[in-house]
Ligand binder design. Structure first.
Ligand code: ATP
Length: 320
């Protein structure tokens, strides 16, 4: 394979730039030409394609966001849009495509590979950690660290005023950001879409912790359950402790990637290009049991994300 394309799609995630760098540099190492496609599938359909050089990706390993920018593109769901995307690839002689994005972006990649014969490789770039086939997605670690920084600060002021803090983190269907940031921050309670919550139990936990000498409580709630504001309003009617909501919001998506995300980006990007260089397409790369893996894209997108109940129980046992 002599010429490959690269795009970032869906929600942005810290580490996408480091992955772009790894793909471009690995491609050049193998003697390939690497073309950057701007604004995800929208740019592919609209022919926003430019060649990338060694120096196009200088000084971006530490940057959040994505140099190629990203978009959500409804046209890619239509046959007409898909055909235009394939036309762009053919026009530029692009023989293989690397797609950095989440579940939806992989579905677009699957269509290109399955229905139009374009060899594609998916790199999991999403803060949500909602893909079952990989232990971690790119951006998740940085997003959780951002949440930790904010929750630590909230703990300070909540303790001073003996309040209950309800902190809303991202995750519409997947509670992993809430689960990991809850455990790592010492939050007493997490509320996630995967588990129905019981307000009486939550109030009992708060009361028990206060009886045990705690002066504040942190409840981390995933956005898919309800807003922090709404949850705080409901909880306030069950308790005399003062309850304050905070929504962390889009801050979670930005910032310089953590060591872990930079390492994942380097390895995912390199693995993606190694596969294309070996003439292998229609795969996704990931990490499982600390090893970089690849698997069939159709299989990967059909897997349903499972929730780690053992980690949830761990939080219940140690955060009192
Ligand atoms: P995140 O997890 O951060 O939201 P994502 O990749 O899941 O990222 P989506 O908005 O779901 O984000 O998908 C990104 C883009 O992928 C869509 O805007 C669309 O262009 C394309 N896409 C999604 N689903 C399909 C599909 N079934 N067929 C073709 N293209 C798709």
């Amino acid at each position: 394979m002599k010429r490959i394309g690269l795009l970032t799609s869906g929600g942005d995630a810290p580490g996408m730039n480091a992955a772009i760098r790894a793909v471009v540099r690995s491609g050049i190492y193998f003697g390939m030409e690497v073309y950057g496609i701007e604004r995800g599938y929208a740019g592919l359909i609209e022919d926003n394609v430019t060649p990338m050089e060694m120096r196009s990706v200088s000084n971006i390993v530490q940057c959040g966001g994505t140099k190629l920018r990203t978009a959500r593109c409804m046209e890619m769901l239509t046959v007409e849009g898909q055909k235009r995307a394939v036309d762009t690839l053919e026009k530029h002689g692009i023989e293989g495509l690397v797609v950095i994005g989440g579940d939806g972006s992989f579905r677009g990649a699957k269509v290109l590979s399955e229905q139009y014969g374009v060899p594609t490789i998916g790199i999991p770039g999403t803060i949500d950690n909602d893909l079952e086939y990989t232990d971690y997605t790119l951006g998740f670690d940085t997003a959780v660290n951002t949440c930790l920084d904010i929750i630590n600060k909230l703990r300070d002021t909540m303790t001073s005023h003996e309040r209950v803090s309800v902190v809303e983190v991202m995750g519409r269907h997947c509670g992993d950001i809430a689960l990991y940031s809850g455990i790592a921050s010492g939050a007493e309670i997490i509320v996630v879409p995967e588990i129905a919550f019981n307000m009486d139990e939550i109030v009992s936990r708060i009361n028990r912790s206060r009886a045990n000498g705690k002066h504040s409580n942190i409840i981390v709630i995933a956005e898919g359950v309800m807003t922090a504001e709404e949850f705080a309003r409901q909880l306030q009617s069950f308790t005399l402790h003062s309850v304050r909501p905070t929504c962390i919001g889009h801050v979670q998506r930005g910032g310089s990637p953590s060591m872990m995300d930079r390492m994942l980006a380097a390895q995912f990007g390199n693995k993606a290009v190694r596969l294309l260089n070996d003439g292998i397409g229609n795969r996704v790369v990931g990490i499982r049991d600390n090893k970089i893996i690849d698997m069939d894209i159709i299989e990967a997108v059909s897997m349903k994300k499972t929730f780690n109940y053992e980690l949830y129980e761990t939080l219940q046992m140690i955060s009192m």
